[in-house]
Design a binder for this molecule. Structure first.
Ligand code: SF4
Ligand code: SF4
Length: 739
């Protein structure tokens, strides 16, 4: 290749713009060392040359001072012309959006109102500039604004350096892909394509692309992209359910590829992978010689074509039109899933059983087999294996929703499937009975925990572990797992609450978990106080009188019922608690604190908006930190943010509270949902173990761990090798008067 001047020149020219079509042939001209060449050939090879087990990213500096502007132009040509000018300016990002893209998000809550008022031919550039300090940022803004002075804009150019404001602008860009996903019909999929052109051709090529899309009837298609790189994405929905639709897609792809290659010598893939969809067009883009070179590279690595066959190089010109997977409707909760896999890394069961995407795929297949009715044995086998892989090992925490571009919560699917299994069965009768006798039931649990603790005291940890392990094994894993970190039974408090005539009052609702589960014997030499006592002491220290909901022993937010699929009982318990809280808080005049993050999350989702509901770290952060005299501890502590706190956006506040109390705070990487999931840590402890497999090494040098959910803390203590307890204990300890 190096001796072929024409090919060499072609490779160099094509890689002047972004290109990921086929293999990274630039590795052959950019490097001399064989290892460097191999390493760079592997990049973007999509598993067709080998398996990359670990990579290191060298990242660029992330400056704190940023400003953004959404600039509205009268047409796409003007926007693309401006992008060329901006290429010479101090800008970090310039994102192009066509009118259809702006339209797709204009009615989404939080979008600027003027989006719906721009002209039909308008196009926008979202510009960001960053700087190491405010002075340079101001200078950048002036320079960029001056550079666009001569442009004819639909609205005056205005930068904002206020985070809440520029976040709104970036939400326009982030919302584009989900917006198309959200409006598609069931059974269709969303396709996102990725092409690049030399910058000088961007305007003409974008206009041409719009015309092709219109000709083929892709009416809801949108275009956006990274204008500085001449790289645009187009997103459209596609039905693969009929031959006619497949042929429409085929014609469209042929025409787009011909336009990109023959007319502009662009890239068919600029940053996404070639995959199977673009594989039939690789030779068209690169020509015979380069294609043969790619074939030779593949053969060197994989002579028997075992690695990801058919991907990147595929001799079948219709490979992108064959073996298309139907997207059978299975449940409205997940039917919008495009199987992109963004949700997979956050799932606690990803290394044990299934990921959210896989759960949805299996459910789709079950529905397909059900509808086809031709292979009941296979359907039954899938249903059977899904019981463990899909249902029992789903923590139903819903963390997957945060990563999903179309906001799918696979945990909701899990709970819905559980509801179908529970409704009308003896399990529902049992749930009803538990809900109606909640006070006595929690009392039984409390006494059960006390008895187990007494036995533990009596026979010691080793013997207890052996007996409990044998009993669990004998029961076929029906008995819960016992560990030394098991909670003791929480003693029932008589007449809790304070009345010191303080002007500030707070309603404190200890969750049923903290009313029944006391500290573990392993914490504080078995002398740690109850969470509710500690919380109350802290609230009083902050100047509050503490009110408790009357009849508290029978109250519950409904989380345990909801997670088991007993929705009716969950809603009844939540409604009962809501009534009591409204009354005791004087219809929301006094704030309400619940000490368990998942319970507070559900309360916020289901209860009257008049109630001001707080998670403990949030209440401490917002109302107590300023009142307390904190003496920072010299400790290095670990912090775990629960899924519900993540979903409520409280991670930063939790961290700030921890940092106010301890010298060093470790928030371990790669640890998301702990997988304890209320009681699953007792019944399916392998989920907890798998979710926390990276924890120990990251926190074992800490003196203690803190969180805000009692059950999560049991599993964290077991797998972290340090004792976890509520963050309330830390704040209370650090705010004691020193004498
Ligand atoms: S559920 Fe997962 S795979 Fe499906 S669309 Fe959401 S992120 Fe993608
Ligand atoms: S709810 Fe949790 S466990 Fe279930 S699929 Fe989503 S991330 Fe995975």
């Amino acid at each position: 290749m190096r001796s072929d001047g024409v090919l060499r020149e072609r490779i160099a020219r094509k890689f002047k713009i972004k290109n990921t079509t086929g293999y990274s042939l630039n590795a052959l001209i950019d490097y001399d060392d064989a290892i460097d060449i191999l390493a760079h050939l592997m990049i973007g090879s999509e598993g067709t040359l080998g398996f990359i087990s670990e990579i290191t990213y060298n990242t660029v500096a992330e400056y704190g001072d940023k400003a953004s502007a959404l600039v509205i132009f009268k047409g796409i040509e003007d926007a693309c012309r401006a992008a060329v000018i901006l290429g010479e300016q101090p800008v970090e990002a310039v994102e192009l959006m066509d009118r259809a893209a702006l339209r797709s998000v204009e009615s989404t809550p939080g979008m600027p109102t003027y989006l719906s008022e721009v002209s039909e031919s308008a196009a926008a550039l979202l510009i960001e500039t960053r700087a190491p300090d405010k002075k340079i940022l101001r200078r950048n803004i002036e320079t960029v604004s001056r550079a666009l002075n001569d442009m004819d804009l639909e609205r005056p150019l205005q930068f904002t350096d206020v985070e809440s404001e520029y976040s709104k602008l970036w939400n326009i860009r982030k919302g584009l892909f989900p917006a198309v996903g959200a409006v598609r019909h069931s059974g269709t999929t969303v396709i996102i394509e990725d092409v690049a052109f030399p910058k000088e051709h961007l305007a003409a090529a974008t206009l041409e692309l719009q015309q092709i899309m219109a000709r083929y009837g892709y009416d809801n298609a949108i275009i956006f992209g990274h204008a500085l790189a001449g790289n645009i994405h187009f997103v459209f929905t596609q039905d693969f359910g009929s031959q006619q639709e497949i042929e429409r897609y085929s014609g469209f792809m042929d025409e787009v590829c011909a336009m990109v290659i023959d007319k502009y010598d662009g890239s068919l893939k600029a940053e996404h992978g070639t995959g199977r969809n673009m594989a039939p067009y690789v030779e068209m883009e690169w020509g015979r010689e380069a294609y043969v070179l790619m074939e030779r590279i593949k053969t060197l690595f994989d002579p028997h074509r075992l690695l990801n066959p058919g991907v990147i190089l595929n001799p079948n010109p219709r490979a992108h039109l064959e073996n298309l997977k139907p997207l059978t409707a299975t449940s409205a909760i997940v039917d919008k899933c495009i199987e992109c896999g963004f949700c997979e890394p956050v799932c606690p069961s990803k290394n044990l059983t299934l990921t959210p995407r896989q759960r949805i795929t299996v459910q789709r297949e079950i529905s397909r087999l059900q509808a086809a009715g031709d292979d009941p044995a296979q359907r039954d086998a899938l249903v059977k294996s899904y019981a463990y892989d899909g249902d029992n090992t789903c923590a139903a925490d819903g963390l997957c929703q945060m990563a999903c571009p179309v906001a799918i919560n696979t945990g909701e699917l899990t709970k819905e499937l559980r509801r179908l299994k529970v409704t009308g069965t003896p399990r529902e009768t049992l749930a009803r009975s538990i809900a109606r006798n909640y006070g006595p039931v929690t009392s039984v649990v409390r006494h059960g925990l006390s008895s187990v603790n007494a036995l533990h005291c009596l026979i010691g940890t080793q013997a207890m572990q052996k007996i409990a392990g044998a009993a669990r094994k004998f029961s076929g894993n029906r008995l819960p797992l016992w560990t030394p970190h098991m909670p003791t039974g929480a003693a029932r408090r008589k007449n809790p609450g304070t009345d010191r005539g303080s002007l500030k009052k707070v309603v404190y609702f200890p969750s049923c978990i903290s009313r029944t589960m006391g500290p573990a014997r392993t914490v504080g030499k078995g002398k740690q106080q109850l969470l509710s006592q500690t919380m109350e002491r802290l609230l009083v220290r902050g100047g509050y009188d503490v009110l408790y909901p009357p009849g508290m022993e029978a109250l519950c937010c409904g989380v345990p019922f909801n997670s088991k699929g007993a929705f009716r009982q969950a809603d009844e318990k939540a409604a009962e608690l809501e009534r009591v809280l409204l009354e005791i808080s004087d219809n929301g005049v006094h704030p309400v604190v619940c000490d368990t993050s998942p319970c507070l999350y559900r309360m916020r989702q289901t209860m009257d908006v008049r109630l001001s509901l707080y998670e403990p770290a949030e209440f401490i952060h917002d109302f107590l930190l300023g009142e307390l005299k904190i003496t920072k501890s010299k400790e290095k502590i670990a912090l775990h943010t629960t899924c519900s706190s993540e979903k409520m956006g409280l991670a930063a506040k939790l961290r700030r509270v921890a940092e106010a109390c301890a010298d060093e705070v470790v928030v371990p990487d790669k640890v998301g949902c702990c997988g304890f999931a209320g009681d699953k840590g007792f019944t399916y402890p392998e989920l907890n173990a798998s979710a926390l497999e990276e924890l120990h090494d990251q926190v074992c040098s800490c003196t203690a761990g803190y969180s805000n959910s009692r059950t999560c803390e049991i599993g964290l203590s077991l797998h972290g090798g340090i004792e976890y307890s509520s963050i309330v204990y830390l704040v209370e300890r650090c705010s004691r008067e020193r004498g």
